[in-house]
Design a protein around this ligand. Structure first.
Ligand code: WTA
Length: 647
């Protein structure tokens, strides 16, 4: 029996949603789901309120996902203009720079609105119109939010690319959505180092397929030297003289809001497309419900805006709710390992949301760096991105939160827009390591390999039986791939790609990906992408990549590489191969282990048996399972011997 943690009494006493209120919401969905969804939409300001909520079919012959379709609204107006009447001087964004000796910035709703309007006018002057794609390649700074909201104001579709992705990865994402404009900075800071963002953009735009980009807007931020191209314009020049007001046109609820690229099990990253009305309803509702948001909260989500968590829970959810959201450019270990808690104390952070990998890395350094800070302002903690091991959960609860703050373990995906399975903090008992129960209106199920729904306490593959407003609508430019990827394994159901266990209380325990996606420090890396980078090297004949347990990262990347005949493995070549992956994708995809493989285990029909490779990487050679279909069983014994000999 795992331990249960009821909401701490002091928290529960003031929580906005208690168990019986949560129960009523579930009942409302059961009795009148359309009424429930329309009610939820009222949290936003609509230019034309929707009269219908859900119009969805997951069936192949009549596939469509539409929410609030006859409604019209502007996301940027919901995040900014509507707060000007009630709280213009409230801080919208607190910016904490990488270097703690530089001043922090506080930007009020009024100021943020003015900056966004100027940028919207500047984008218009640069020829950006509704439906155009704009790529952002920026550090974790307020201007990232400004540009996102300016795009939303115009109905331009933003695609934010994480600043840690390489020029090649950036080029692929620009080419796929045919961006007209790229916004970047000269450089960004991370742990005292400068990341050469503008140079990466220059390199990306030298790749074929990126010719659609007409303009690059460059923010002066790190002050590093950069090259200048004809297409480049300074950010401060394009906004200079632009009016700080802007009339935003309402968008249709199903107009696209953004594209965010994410790795899948096959092929190149997919452009996950989210739309306007349903996405904002779900991001703002879940942000309010799960963080028990109060007017005076100082909310800090440590995710980068390059990931979906940064979209929904740094920018859109909090700003739609009129909250104060903190953006931190740096890393948890700079200048020292107490940095997170110093930032909490400096700004009086009340709600703190981070990834298990960060918690594990900090836990390894012991309690002292945490205990020397106050953290008295904190009242709730959250995690996202990967399963949290119970030891890390307990440490987070006891040491960081002084056993005073509930922890919300929020399960969701880029595709789901915002959280689907999570404790509601004042209403649901936590169990360390479990994302607990679905939110009202979310219908998960566990199925077996054939798709049969499993009842009661069981293991299975996690599917969603019905839609929710924040669901992705399509893969940008490839609607068939959307259906094939998510709705064909179990026809008529959305397949998450995750495995899970459900206990006797109905609690969900996400066990991790069951497809060929590796979750490295909460970042999704497709094995196919890493393999394709490795075989791109002239010395490599074949490569197979799997995930293996990693103490800090959760999962690490384990690569098996077969060299072309006549080429001898050596240390220099190993380094070159790792560099090749960093070059093609970025440092986050660097293999943690690279084993030379004289051959790879294959079936007689030539299919690589990844199950076996995974077991070898996990150092569990006694659990290889059925090996009778192997074309050449000696391949496996040689790989096992080499694995065991690894220092
Ligand atoms: C994993 C991040 C366990 C899961 C929001 C999912 C989690 C993938 C949790 C999506 C959690 C996310 N517990 N696993 N609380 N949250 N995951 O698209 O495997 O970057 O499918 O979205 O992260 O990653 P993505």
């Amino acid at each position: 029996m795992s331990k249960r943690y009821p909401p701490p009494a002091r928290f529960a006493d003031q929580a906005s949603t208690n168990a019986s209120q949560l129960q009523s919401a579930h009942e409302r969905v059961a009795n009148d789901s359309e009424g429930h969804w329309l009610e939820l939409a009222k949290r936003l300001d609509w230019a034309h309120p929707p009269t219908r909520a859900k119009d969805v079919s997951f069936h192949r012959d009549d596939f469509h996902i539409r929410w609030y379709e006859d409604g019209a609204l502007n996301v940027s107006v919901n995040c900014l203009d509507r707060h000007l009447a009630t709280q213009p001087d409230k801080t919208a964004i607190i910016f904490e720079p990488d270097d703690p000796n530089r001043p922090a910035r506080r930007i009020s709703y009024r100021e943020l609105h003015a900056e966004v309007c100027q940028m919207a006018n500047a984008l218009t002057a640069l020829g950006v119109v509704k439906g155009d794609r704009v790529t952002l390649y920026l550090p974790m700074i307020p201007e990232a939010a400004v540009v996102m909201l300016a795009c939303a104001r115009l109905g331009a579709i933003h695609s934010v690319v994480f600043g840690g992705f390489s020029p090649d990865a950036l080029a692929g994402r620009i080419a796929d959505c045919e961006s007209k404009l790229v916004i970047t900075a000269d450089g960004g800071f991370r742990g005292g180092k400068v990341i050469p963002l503008k140079a990466n953009v220059d390199e990306a735009l030298s790749r074929p397929g990126t010719e659609t980009v007409q303009t690059v807007v460059v923010l002066k931020h790190a002050g590093n030297t950069i090259a200048w191209q004809d297409r480049d314009r300074w950010y401060h020049d394009v906004v200079a003289g632009q009016p700080d007001t802007h009339m935003a046109a309402p968008m249709q609820a199903e107009d696209p809001l953004f594209i965010l690229y994410t790795s899948g099990s096959t092929g190149k990253p997919k452009g996950v497309l989210h739309t306007t009305g349903g996405y904002l309803v779900w991001a703002s509702y879940t942000h309010d419900l799960l963080f028990d948001l109060k007017p005076n909260d100082v909310y800090w989500c440590t995710a980068d805006v390059g990931w979906v968590t940064g979209h929904s829970y740094v920018v859109y959810g909090p700003l739609a709710n009129g909250a104060t959201t903190l953006m931190f450019e740096g890393v948890p270990s700079y200048p020292d390992i107490s940095r997170f808690w110093q930032v909490v104390d400096r700004h009086g952070v009340t709600l703190f949301y981070t990834a298990p990998t960060a918690i594990r890395a900090l836990m390894r350094e012991g309690d002292a760096p945490v205990l020397k800070t106050s953290r008295q302002s904190l009242r709730l903690l959250g995690t996202v991105g990967e399963p949290i091991n119970p030891e890390a959960w307990e440490w987070y609860y006891r040491v960081v939160g002084d056993s005073r703050c509930p922890i919300i373990d929020t399960w969701w995906q880029t595709e789901t827009g915002a959280a689907l399975i999570s404790p509601v903090p004042g209403a649901v008992d936590a169990k360390p390591g479990s994302a607990t129960l679905p939110l009202p209106g979310v219908f998960p199920a566990l199925v077996d390999a054939q798709g049969a729904i499993l009842d009661g306490a069981t293991d299975g593959n996690l599917v969603l039986l019905d839609s929710w407003p924040g669901q992705m609508r399509t893969v940008y430019g490839d609607p068939q791939r959307f259906i094939d990827t998510y709705f064909s394994t179990y026809p008529g159901r959305y397949f998450t790609g995750d495995g899970a266990r459900r206990d006797a209380d109905g609690y969900y325990w996400i066990t991790g990906r069951v497809d060929d996606v590796i979750n490295v420090s909460g970042h999704r890396i497709g094995t196919a992408e890493v393999e394709s980078a490795l075989v791109g090297h002239p010395a490599v004949a074949e490569a197979a990549v799997v995930g293996a347990p990693h103490d800090i990262k959760g999962q690490g990347i384990y690569a098996y590489v077969t060299l072309k005949s006549g080429i001898e493995p050596n240390e220099a070549l190993r380094k070159q191969l790792v560099a090749q992956v960093r070059h093609d994708i970025g440092p986050i995809a660097s293999p943690d282990w690279l084993q030379w493989a004289p051959g790879l285990p294959k079936t007689r029909s030539g299919k690589i048996m990844r199950r076996i490779l995974r077991k070898i990487a996990e150092d569990a050679p006694d659990q290889l399972g059925d090996t009778s279909t192997l074309a050449d069983p000696t391949v496996v014994s040689s790989l096992v011997t080499e694995r065991l000999n690894r220092a």
